[in-house]
Design a protein around this ligand. Structure first.
Ligand code: ZN
Length: 172
């Protein structure tokens, strides 16, 4: 078996987390194996450390990385309580509003690959706030809506991470 990439330890063991099979270093915990599996598990671990719902963490991270945007709250949604996932954020200054336009365009472009129609709601609490959340026709979403919205979250995170690198994304 290959030694650990991080520390060179030779005790590298096969492990499974949430259906993802990887190799884990017995000494330092570094993961190796399939890129997608490693990325999924590392994201889940990072989310846990940050105390953020794992499914929504990728979206939260993508939004937080934008200049002028501050994420206020991040919810992964709950099927039994029929709570849709949402990420609440603020535009800190004019850069944030440029990012809002970028974000709206990104949602538009990725709409075809999403199960739900994701939208940006405008709200006012102590200041102007925006909420990234899926649109549903009824006031009380069905469990199935929540499940579909949750399955969209990783796609949404990937779409954002891709789009910020593209030439049309305006850099404020
Ligand atoms: Zn190691």
């Amino acid at each position: 078996m290959e030694p650990c990439n991080e520390c060179g330890n030779t005790a590298v063991l096969p492990k499974s987390y949430g259906g993802h099979s990887v190799l884990e270093c017995d000494l330092c915990g570094a993961l190796s194996g399939g890129h997608a599996s490693v990325a999924t598990i590392e994201l889940a671990r990072e989310a846990q450390q940050e105390g953020i719902d794992a499914p929504a963490y990728g979206v939260q991270r993508a939004l937080s990385s934008l200049d002028g945007v501050m994420v206020l709250d991040c919810q992964g949604g709950c099927r039994s309580r029929r709570k849709l996932p949402n990420v609440r954020f603020q535009a800190m200054d004019s850069r944030g509003f440029v990012q809002l336009e970028n974000l709206a365009k990104s949602l538009r472009l990725s709409a075809g690959s999403m199960s739900m129609a994701w939208t940006i709601e405008v709200d006012f609490q102590s200041g102007l706030e925006f909420v990234l959340t899926p649109r549903v026709a009824t006031s009380r979403p069905r469990e199935a809506d929540v499940a579909l919205a949750q399955s969209d979250l990783p796609l949404l995170a990937r779409a954002l991470e891709r789009d910020v690198r593209l030439s049309w994304w305006r850099r404020p």
